[in-house]
Ligand binder design. Sequence first.
Ligand SMILES: NC(=O)c1ccc[n+]([C@@H]2O[C@H](COP(=O)([O-])OP(=O)(O)OC[C@H]3O[C@@H](n4cnc5c(N)ncnc54)[C@H](O)[C@@H]3O)[C@@H](O)[C@H]2O)c1
Length: 445
Amino acid sequence: MEKSDKNFNHSRRTFVKNSALLGGTMMAMPFASHAGYFTSVDDTIKIALIGCGGRGTGAAMQALLSKQNVKLVAMADAFKDRLDKSYTAITSENDEGVSVKASVDVPEERKFIGFDAYLKAIPLADVVILATPPGFRPIHFEEAIKQGKHVFMEKPVATDPAGVKKVLEVAAIAKQKKLNVVVGLQRHYQNSYKELYKRVQDGMIGEITSGQVWWNNDGVWVNLRQPGQTEMEYQMRNWYYFNWLCGDHIVEQHIHNIDVMNWFKGAYPVKAQGMGGRQVRTGKEYGEIFDHHYVEYHYADGTVLNSQCRHIKGTYAKVDEMIVGTKGVIQCGAGEILSKGKSLYKFDMKKENNPYQTEHDELFAALAKGEYKFADAENGAKASLTAIIGRLATYSGQVIDWDTALNSGLDIHPQKYAWDANPPVLPGEDGLYPIATPGVTKYFA
Ligand SMILES: NC(=O)c1ccc[n+]([C@@H]2O[C@H](COP(=O)([O-])OP(=O)(O)OC[C@H]3O[C@@H](n4cnc5c(N)ncnc54)[C@H](O)[C@@H]3O)[C@@H](O)[C@H]2O)c1
């Protein structure tokens, strides 16, 4: 539906009117009554961006490019320089020479900085984009849903079991309130994966009996400590290497591949065991995370998923999924299904889409029509937990049980969010952080 569509304007006006009349009783109303919450008196869908880094900037632009009447009205970030950089990018032409500047209305008074910036931005929007490091996702998601906002949130949605539990609770409330929630596990919005999934449903590979998933590559950026930074600021700037913020790379990146297995299998593992360590990335700038993990996930029916992720320069790189069934094997990256080496199906790569754009196109199309269509948060939380139990398994060298972890209350977050507060992990005198040691590190014992 285009911005100029007359029906769009009519339906949105009706929708806004219904919303105002229904007020607090909206939660109990079925979808037919246009259950949703829009603040504007015209037909604009207002968005707020929380976490104005690389992905948040991209997601905001994709929302504004979604062909609906969307306006960015507020931005929030922990740091002013990050927000300013994002604002400049969003109001400039993108690589294809396209500009969304006309859809940006964020004056200085609607740019919010600091740990509490999200509290100021969320009330101003109908839809909130959550793209901070994942450690903050549970509290930001909770606030957005409390305030009756639709949500696009990036994966992972938590870095510890307590965070997962919180997101699951809030996901249930979002469902009751009929608030759309899309999670940036974008393979679910990618044509090749959707076609493969359809064929799994149709029985082309029979019963899934095992899988193999990989995220092996060089790793990511490092932000070195700068003079004058408090420990909290340093960890926030170099967030990838601290578990309360990032979850380790098995959670932060490899979640995509692990999630595909859960999705195609239609189940989540019941336990995990594995091994890992940090062999190359050992400097203090690499905080506390490992540089490799190998995890064996077990599903209730005996299916096993072997997962490997490695961040080591100069090693074999592979990011992909292979799903094995009784009648065939899926090579996800190639978009192909094979049986004994013979191709049963091959996705036409000319039909591939940009799933980062599609997830916003679909979300905002639903919102423009007043539809309740997306409830991704529960899977987002369970995909996050799958990756988290993998980390707990490699850190401890023990078998980690899904239910035990989920109900453990394990919370690795700071007591207080402030620049002069202590983060939960601190360096020793040599500047190095405590590292998990399999056989010594224990959970739930
Ligand atoms: N779906 C994908 O393929 C994909 C790709 C890249 C990133 N991501 C996800 O997006 C998220 C962000 O990643 P990124 O690469 O954009 O990182 P980034 O460091 O570029 O951006 C994060 C931003 O959040 C800000 N921030 C940190 N704490 C905050 C807080 N409490 N309140 C407000 N702002 C805060 C930071 O200052 C920074 O500007 C991560 O969860 C990541 O996994 C997803």
